[in-house]
Design a protein around this ligand. Structure first.
Ligand code: ADP
Length: 261
């Protein structure tokens, strides 16, 4: 539903009433609107790094090139912007393949705890910040049927976000619980959090709580949208829980391997 409001005024300008017209936006209109918004977003996201690169290249041409220190700095910026555009285009291509169902889910029986352990090990090895990982993984071995590459990408994205939005010395807790025929994974950080009213929107394409901050941290705004598509394609569900200034937990559920149930 979409509502348009008009204010009815008296001759002397005083407000006399309000007329609300409520439209039932058809599904097609909704799809069209979303598509237009998507194209506008893509254009904007590409224009921003291009504009930055253009001004830095102009500065180089105007003389900065003969100042080695300045030149290096300006070239670094253009390189970073180029890399961000490549990430953005790769994310867009991936979303487009997910949209057109032009992909294969390659399900493999996977020892889930060992799988998670390996991903956390990798993050622990490469961590650039002072962040500690806490593992709360169940005892024993159990199997899930997952597309390992896709699930690795999902968890990588959630963990990178947790790191990006964490304070120095923060804890990131990786918890896995087996419940009935399902496995629940919870990844919590002690970072800035997400305001309640924005929680569901973080899975929308290009949605960011703080656009400038996300850009500065190199984000494309597509990571969680891709994660959602991938989890749903594997028969799962994903959502976020958060307290502003306290931290965020991303939950996702996957079905257990049938032989395990
Ligand atoms: P981005 O590339 O901007 O990180 P994502 O799709 O991965 O895009 O996330 C969308 C938005 O959700 C982010 O811009 C950020 O505002 C919010 N967000 C995601 N994860 C976290 C987190 N762990 N803590 C705080 N905010 C988060």
């Amino acid at each position: 539903l979409r509502a348009n409001f008009s204010v009815v005024k008296k001759e002397n300008g005083a407000v006399n009433g309000l007329i609300a017209v409520i439209h039932d936006v058809t599904e097609q209109e909704q799809v069209d609107m979303e598509r237009r918004e998507f194209v506008a977003n893509v254009s904007h996201e590409l224009r921003t790094p291009l504009t930055t690169m253009k001004s830095y290249l102009e500065a180089l041409q105007d003389g900065a090139v003969s100042d080695p220190q300045l030149a290096t700095k300006f070239l670094d910026v253009t390189q970073m912007e180029t890399e961000r555009m490549i990430r953005l285009v790769n994310d867009l291509l991936q979303l487009s393949r997910l949209d057109t169902k032009d992909y294969k889910i390659n399900l493999q029986r996977t020892d889930y705890v060992a799988f998670c352990d390996r991903i956390i090990d990798r993050f622990e090895m490469s961590k650039k910040q002072n962040i500690q990982f806490v593992r709360k993984l169940p005892e024993g071995t159990f199997y899930v049927q997952v597309d390992r590459d896709k699930l690795t990408q999902v968890i990588d994205n959630i963990l990178s976000n947790a790191m990006k939005y964490s304070p120095e010395g923060g804890l990131i807790t990786f918890r896995v619980i087996r419940k009935g025929q399902k496995i629940r994974t919870m990844i919590s950080d002690q970072g800035v959090g997400i305001p309640k009213e924005n929680l569901a929107k973080v899975f929308n394409r290009f949605y960011r709580v703080d656009r400038a901050r996300s850009r500065k941290l190199g984000g494309t705004g597509l990571g969680l949208a891709i994660a959602k598509e991938m989890i749903e394609a594997q028969g799962g569900d994903i959502w976020a829980e958060s307290e502003w200034n306290r931290g965020t937990t991303i939950h996702f559920i996957l079905p257990l391997d049938r032989e395990e149930v």
